[in-house]
Design a protein around this ligand. Structure first.
Ligand code: PLP
Length: 283
C-alpha cells in the first residue's frame, strides 16, 4: 500500500480526490518541488521547501501551512512509504473554482498533494556520461519559478528523447540557458561556467550544492552564460538536477567531449558531491 500527501494529511493513494476544476489541471496554476531521498533521509529539504514558498509567493499564492508543518508532512510521507532511495514530489495549486483566468476568491483554498517514488541513483550515467542535444528555449520569461506549466520543457525533453538524447540543452538565440529539467555547466581551462541565476533559469538546489563543491575542490566558478559555440568548445560539460546529481555530458549533437569519457573535474565534483549525501536512516 502506498500513501500520498493531501493537504495537511497523509492518506492512502486512492483516497486523494482531485476536482476537474482544479486550476492546476486547467491552467497549470501552481508550483512544485522534487526532493531526493537517500537511504530514507531527505536531502536539502530546507532549501527545497524554502524555494517552494518563494515560487508560490512569485505567483501571488499563499501556502496555508507553516514550513515546519510541511517538513513534518514530507518526513511522515517518506516514513510511511518506507522510501529507501528515490524522491518525494509535491505540488500546490491555487485550488478549484469555476474556470476563470482571474484568481478565485478567498473561499477557494490551495490544494497540496504529494507522493513518493523509489528511484535508484543513475550510477551508469555518472560513470559513462550521457548525450544531449540543443533545442530552442521557447519557454516563458519566468523560468526562476518552479511552475506546474511545463509544456515548453515537455516538448524539449520529448525532442531530445526522440534524438536518442538524455537531455535537451535549451538556448535563447545563441545563449545557452539550462536543460529542460536541469542546469547545464561547461568547464574550460579549469573554470566552471554556468548561466547566472536570473529569470531565464531555475536556480537548481543541486546547482547551489555544485557551486559549493567547486569552491571546496578549488575549481573557480563563473556564473556567466555560454553561447552554443562556447559550450561546444568546452573541455567538460555537465548536467545537474535533484535526480541527475552530477551527470557528465559526453556528446552534444555529434561533438564529443574528452574522448567520450567524463573529465577529471567532473569526477572530482562527483566525489565531492557524494560527501554531502546523507548516510540515511536505512543505510
Ligand atoms: C528547468 C529546470 N532547471 C533546473 C532544475 C534543477 O533543479 P534542482 O537541482 O533543484 O532539481 C530543474 C529541476 O527539475 C528544472 O526543471
Amino acid at each position: 500500500m502506498s500513501y500520498s500527501l493531501w493537504n495537511d494529511q497523509i492518506v492512502k493513494d486512492e483516497e486523494v480526490v482531485v476536482n476537474k476544476e482544479d486550476r492546476g489541471y486547467q491552467f497549470g496554476d501552481g508550483v512544485y518541488e522534487v526532493v531526493k531521498v537517500y537511504n530514507g533521509e531527505l536531502f536539502t529539504a530546507e532549501e527545497h521547501v524554502d524555494r517552494f514558498y518563494v515560487s508560490a509567493e512569485k505567483i501571488r499564492m499563499t501556502i496555508p501551512y507553516t514550513k515546519d508543518k510541511l517538513h513534518q508532512l514530507l518526513h511522515q510521507l517518506v516514513e510511511k512509504n518506507k522510501v529507501e532511495t528515490g524522491h518525494v514530489y509535491f505540488q500546490i495549486t491555487r485550488g478549484a473554482g469555476a474556470r476563470n483566468h482571474v484568481f478565485p476568491g478567498d473561499e477557494v483554498k490551495p490544494v497540496l498533494t504529494g507522493n513518493t517514488k523509489e528511484n535508484p541513483r543513475p550510477v551508469a550515467n555518472f560513470e559513462n556520461g550521457v548525450k544531449a542535444t540543443f533545442v530552442e528555449d521557447v519557454r516563458w520569461l519566468r523560468c526562476d519559478i518552479k511552475s506546474l506549466n511545463l509544456l515548453g520543457a515537455v516538448l524539449a525533453k520529448q525532442e531530445a528523447q526522440e534524438k536518442g538524447c538524455y537531455e535537451a540543452i535549451l538556448h535563447r538565440g545563441e545563449t545557452v540557458t539550462e536543460g529542460s529539467s536541469s542546469n547545464i555547466y561547461g568547464i574550460k581551462d579549469g573554470v566552471l561556467y554556468t548561466h547566472p541565476a536570473d529569470n531565464f533559469i531555475l536556480n537548481g538546489i543541486t546547482r547551489q550544492v555544485i557551486i559549493k563543491c567547486a569552491a571546496e575542490i578549488g575549481l573557480p566558478v563563473k556564473e556567466e552564460a555560454m553561447t552554443k559555440a562556447q559550450l561546444l568548445a568546452m573541455d567538460e560539460v555537465i548536467v545537474s538536477s535533484t535526480t541527475s546529481e552530477v551527470t557528465p555530458i559526453v556528446e552534444v549533437d555529434g561533438t564529443v567531449f574528452g574522448g567520450g569519457k567524463p573529465g577529471d573535474w567532473t569526477r572530482k565534483l562527483q566525489v565531492q558531491f557524494d560527501t554531502k549525501i546523507p548516510k540515511g536512516i536505512r543505510a
